[in-house]
Design a protein around this ligand. Structure first.
Ligand SMILES: C[S@@+](CC[C@H](N)C(=O)[O-])C[C@H]1O[C@@H](n2cnc3c(N)ncnc32)[C@H](O)[C@@H]1O
Ligand SMILES: Nc1nc2[nH]cc(C(=O)O)c2c(=O)[nH]1
Ligand code: SF4
Ligand SMILES: [Mg+2]
Length: 209
């Protein structure tokens, strides 16, 4: 990579953009809200059930001017959701500062595997066993959303709940491919442990992006 290109990437002036779309947030506390999704390419966490594996290789996604993304987003939306890939692999200070300057709300979907950057109004932390969150993200998270793929994930969920700040909402979300098997267990678990709530990928039921 050329020095100028690297400089713009490190400063978060240009970021690898996989896709951007205006849709309805399907998951978590903001489920049901209209939101402009900004999906950045690049992730090295390696969840075998990841539903956007095409995002992993950052070099496949063009370095895009953040300025242009914000122009498009702010024309049609009030809320931006930064996702990926793993968005915290990048410096998100410029992106969030400019979104806010346009009056937009900034939310993020992250595994928390990298240090926090950017100024976020809402942080969804979805921790992964393969690369655990850093402390700063446990401290700042507004919701903890644990994916349930098998029974052991309930134990993992409790371990993660013990590490996150006390104000964070606690959410269990079935891994999509295992939903028939895991949903009955999640329902029973939440009835027995009502500090948890269910999060569903409602956009997949609605068949929207
Ligand atoms: C694709 S990830 C991108 C953001 C970040 N890398 C992360 O994992 O939080 C967005 C959200 O989708 C969840 N997710 C990914 N694959 C899933 C699947 N097969 N079933 C249910 N949730 C999934 C993640 O846990 C995360 O909460
Ligand atoms: N509608 C919709 N809601 C979402 N919530 C989190 C998503 C993500 O992939 O980060 C996502 C997504 O891809 N689509
Ligand atoms: S951390 Fe997120 S983007 Fe990365 S592999 Fe896991 S679910 Fe996919
Ligand atoms: Mg998704």
């Amino acid at each position: 990579m050329e020095a100028e290109t690297k400089k713009a990437l490190d400063a978060g002036i240009n970021l690898p953009l996989m896709e951007e779309f205006y849709t309805i947030q399907g998951e978590g506390y903001y489920s049901g809200h209209a939101a402009y999704f900004i999906r950045l390419g690049g992730c090295d966490v390696g969840c075998h059930w990841c539903d956007v594996k095409e995002s992993w290789n950052a070099t496949l996604h063009p370095l895009t001017k953040v300025e242009d993304i914000i122009e498009r987003a702010s024309k049609i939306a009030k809320l931006a959701v930064i996702t990926g890939g793993e968005p915290l692999m990048y410096n998100l200070d410029y992106l969030t500062a400019e979104l806010k300057r346009k009056g937009m709300q900034t939310n993020i979907e992250t595994s928390g595997a990298y240090e926090l950057s950017g100024d976020f109004d809402w942080i969804c932390l979805s921790p992964k066993k393969a690369k655990l969150p850093v402390q700063s993200v446990y401290d700042a998270a507004n919701e903890l959303k644990v994916i349930i793929y098998n029974k052991h994930d309930f134990i993992f969920a409790e371990e993660q709940a013990a590490k996150v700040n006390k104000n964070a909402l606690l959410l269990l979300q079935t891994e999509w491919g295992k939903r028939t098997e895991m949903m009955p267990l999640i329902i029973e678990y939440v009835k027995q442990n009502p500090k948890w709530k269910i999060s569903l990928q409602t956009h997949k039921f609605l068949d929207i992006p």
